[in-house]
Design a protein around this ligand. Structure first.
Ligand code: OGA
Ligand code: MN
Length: 212
């Protein structure tokens, strides 16, 4: 847990995936002890700190609730394990900028708790030419997830028709994709489902769409 955090990580597979298909799924990306600490951090947040998520600039809570029912809390570096994760993502940002010239300026991420039955309907994280999210990351924090428990992340093809990936939210799995290119949804699960969803952003909210 220091400035050198992440030096032991190899980001080459992520870079290759983003430059190629635009999406990559990396089981066991993070050590199980780190995953357990993040999960513990989420589960010990003071009561009331996990709140119904907002969608983009959507202020209408009723609209929100039809689209997603999870609860979220931004990571602000309040605990050592949050600082660890944020600095790991900063190192990933540096690697992406160095090798793919993405011009990423910052990273924001939140814990998400989907209680049994919660969902997030099909959506994209950024619209072409609007908003400034370029790359989405999702890290799962769930111990011993079984396929029968549901809660898959379904990722659709760019055109939005077929399901391209169905991903179980197994602890330690990291998913990265170009935020504008992959509609996705979270299916309801039979047990609580925890993740950290994050976005690398560029500065200019109206910058033209990026094509790798
Ligand atoms: C999101 C999201 C996916 C997940 O927060 O935008 O799509 O599997 N999360 O938690
Ligand atoms: Mn999303």
């Amino acid at each position: 847990m220091n400035a050198a955090v992440g030096l032991e990580f190899n980001f080459d597979d992520i870079i290759e995936a983003l430059a190629g298909p635009g999406i990559g799924i990396f089981p066991h990306f993070i050590d199980r002890n780190i995953v357990a600490s993040l999960r513990h951090d989420l589960l010990t947040l003071p009561a009331g700190e996990l709140t119904p998520a907002a969608i983009g600039r959507e202020r209408d809570q009723q609209t929100n609730e039809r689209i997603r029912s999870d609860k979220t809390r931004w990571l602000e570096g309040d605990t050592p394990i949050q600082l660890y994760y944020l600095s790991l993502m900063t190192r990933l940002q540096q690697a992406l900028n160095r090798q793919l010239f993405l011009g990423l300026k910052d990273y924001e991420c939140h814990y998400a708790l989907y209680q049994a039955g919660d969902f997030y309907k099909k959506h994209v994280d950024a619209f072409r030419g609007r908003g400034n999210r370029r790359i989405t990351t999702v890290l799962y924090l769930n111990d011993d997830w079984q396929a029968s428990q549901g809660g898959e992340l379904l990722v659709y093809t760019d055109q939005g028709s077929g399901v391209q990936h169905s991903i179980l939210p197994t602890g330690g799995t990291l998913v990265c994709f170009l935020s504008e290119d992959f509609p996705h949804e979270v299916l309801p699960a039979q047990r609580d489902r925890m993740s950290i969803a994050g976005w690398f952003r560029i500065d200019d909210p109206i910058a033209p769409a990026l094509h790798l």
